[in-house]
Design a protein around this ligand. Structure first.
Ligand code: G
Ligand code: G
Ligand code: MN
Ligand code: NA
Length: 254
């Protein structure tokens, strides 16, 4: 239908955009960004991914779109790595379960890393617990290929999906991202706090960096810092923004 045709057109017309949300360490230093896809639609304005990604998946367009996102991300990292002020920044890319499970997904990522000649350790792939519906061996094998090249692997929205801890232990992850629903409630009572404490402990026990998503208040940040989180992301530090905005925020901090 029309939406699918518009979306296909957007792929080559430049109406798909990557937005960048800062990721910071405890002292507020920007250490990287999460790339978040947006569709700049002529009539509808900025369309959020939750509205068009399901359509793209259904229409079989997600392979192309996902590839475009990864390509843009690698191009951006290549850019950053040419300048000392930005050379150490990491960039996180969301990959849906179906994208991750595509044949040769991991090979296409490695090809992009080599084409753009980037430091692979600065690229992170974010997966959600939904990949765990697939065959474990297959998921673990694909992750190992990416890890072996140095690419980071984050588990996104942790705690909201269905995953067994046994499974979690087998995945070669580098980062756990605490879902923002837990972060939002962390200062609202002991039961919520206990839950977040347990999540952080799991991350530490598995030797993962722990990033708290959706941090909006100083109180949340203080609590999370005391609780032992390593990295933070949320409106307190910056909303997802166009590359110009992100780079302006970067230059303001030096
Ligand atoms: O960007 P927003 O903050 O509205 O993100 C909404 C959802 O869309 C999140 O779950 C996010 O992971 C997902 N999302 C954003 N960008 C991408 C992308 O490039 N690829 C995939 N697969 N999902 C994305
Ligand atoms: O699912 P994923 O974690 O990839 O997507 C992140 C989503 O969370 C995006 O839609 C992003 O815009 C949103 N987000 C990021 N920081 C905050 C925040 O501090 N508060 C709220 N409400 N949403 C946030
Ligand atoms: Mn994410
Ligand atoms: Na998330």
């Amino acid at each position: 239908d029309q939406v699918v045709r518009d979306l296909e057109a957007a792929l080559w017309s430049g109406d798909l955009r990557l937005y960048f949300q800062p990721q910071v360490s405890i002292d507020g230093t920007i250490i990287g960004a999460e790339a978040l896809l947006r569709w700049q639609h002529a009539e509808r304005g900025l369309v959020p991914p939750n509205e068009f990604i399901p359509i793209a998946e259904h229409a079989g367009l997600m392979r192309k779109i996902g590839y475009w996102v990864l390509q843009q991300a690698c191009r951006t990292l290549a850019d950053w790595q040419r300048h000392p002020e930005t050379a150490e920044l990491t960039l996180s890319v969301n990959v849906s379960a179906s994208q991750f499970l595509e044949d040769e997904f991991e090979q296409s990522v490695l090809n992009l890393v080599s084409t753009f000649d980037i430091d692979a350790t600065k690229l992170k792939i974010e997966l959600t617990e939904s990949v765990m519906v697939a065959n474990t061996e297959q998921v673990v094998a694909k992750m190992h290929v990416l890890r072996a090249a140095g690419i980071g692997m984050a588990l996104d929205d942790f705690g909201t999906g269905y995953s067994s801890l046994g499974y979690l232990r087998r995945l070669p992850l580098t980062q756990l991202k605490i879902d923002r629903s837990f972060v939002q409630d962390v200062t609202e009572g002991e039961r919520n706090a206990a839950l977040v404490r347990s999540i952080i402990q799991i991350g530490r026990d598995l030797d993962l960096t722990v990033l708290a998503e959706g941090v909006e208040t100083r109180e949340q940040l203080q609590w999370l810092d005391d609780g032992g989180c390593d990295e933070y992301q949320g409106y307190l530090f910056g909303k997802p923004m166009p590359i110009e905005g992100f780079e302006a925020a970067l230059s303001e901090q030096v």
